[in-house]
Design a protein around this ligand. Structure first.
Ligand code: C2E
Ligand code: CA
Ligand code: CA
Ligand code: CA
Length: 279
């Protein structure tokens, strides 16, 4: 290939080359997006199933690109794996979660949690703990209102490191949940070691639980096991009232999904909430 001359990459590498260019381009766009405020959160309510009471929101990243419009997180987050951009988005998101908590407080919602998705990059970054300490000094004692969602995929990468970090962040007052539970590679043995309060049952099981015997068994036995281990359960992807009723019968504490509410853009949420408070 070398004697073809020039600096044109050889055919064999063309795909790799293109993937790399695409990633570099995406990273550049992310840098701009952060500078020009193209990111925001959509907040999806979580309710206590028994009472219907609002207990918190999951913060879901939204990117409104000036040309492409809405870019779903599933389309760019996987491409940013292991990049500095992913870290920068992550730190932006944590700060934004603190700002949202502050605004919720200002309008009188003082007992709502924010659940923030943490990427593997962030869990492995040594700046995470000091950054969180700084935010606590800047904003005040909000740690107990922030719950970090970790996937099994992240946890198994470096389990000892994750355990140490989780313990030290818990000392600051933060809490943890395991996201997409049941879809990862991990074994159940780590569950008893993990300092987590909440398990989020993946929406694929909830989606099937009324028609599919296996899904129903997975949901019901996961709930029972999680309770026996002293943790609480969030069911994701609750799309209808039959699922909600069934989850209630199984003693699932918290529900999240389109039937309860779609994710609501930050700006809309505060408009809705402040008009409610005025009523
Ligand atoms: P996830 O953490 O499992 O988030 C739940 C996803 O399910 C969200 O998709 C949400 O909009 C969607 N969803 C909620 N209720 C329902 C329902 O009833 N039915 C169905 N079919 N879907 C429902 P979204 O917002 O597109 O996010 C996709 C994924 O992107 C998230 O999955 C998460 O893995 C990742 N993500 C989103 N925001 C962040 C972030 O700030 N940081 C990181 N690291 N990842 C994020
Ligand atoms: Ca999540
Ligand atoms: Ca999830
Ligand atoms: Ca998911």
């Amino acid at each position: 290939a070398k004697d073809q001359g020039g600096n044109r990459p050889c055919l064999y590498n063309e795909q790799m080359y293109r993937a790399l260019t695409r990633r570099t381009q995406l990273e550049e766009e992310v840098r701009d997006a952060l500078n020009y405020d193209e990111f925001s959160f959509a907040l999806q309510p979580q309710i206590e199933i028994l009472s219907g009471r609002l207990v918190g929101f999951e913060a879901l990243l939204r990117w409104i690109h000036p040309k492409k419009g809405f870019v779903p997180p599933d389309e760019f987050i996987p491409l940013l794996e292991h990049t500095e951009s992913m870290l920068r988005i992550g730190y932006w998101g944590i700060r934004r979660a603190f700002e949202i908590l502050q605004r919720l407080r200002e309008i009188g919602l003082v007992d709502c949690k924010i659940a923030v998705n943490l990427s593997a990059e962030q869990m492995l970054d040594s700046r995470l703990a000091p950054y969180l300490s700084e935010l606590l000094e800047e904003f005040g004692p909000y740690a107990q209102w922030i719950e970090f969602e970790l996937t099994e995929r992240t946890l198994v990468m470096d389990i000892d490191h994750c355990l140490r970090l989780m313990h030290s962040l818990r000392e600051l007052g933060f809490s943890f949940s395991i996201d997409d539970f049941g879809t990862g590679y991990s074994s159940l043995s780590y569950l008893k070691k993990m300092p987590v309060e909440v398990i989020k049952i993946d929406r694929s099981f909830v989606a099937g639980m009324l028609d599919n015997h296996a899904d129903y068994q997975i949901v019901s036995s996961t709930i029972a096991m999680v309770h026996n281990l002293g943790m609480r359960v969030v069911a994701e992807g609750v799309e209808n009232k039959e699922q909600l009723r069934c989850l209630n019968e199984l003693d699932c504490e918290i529900g999240q999904g389109y039937h309860i509410s779609r994710p609501i853009m930050e700006s809309d949420l505060f408009q809705i909430l402040s008009s409610k408070v005025q009523d």
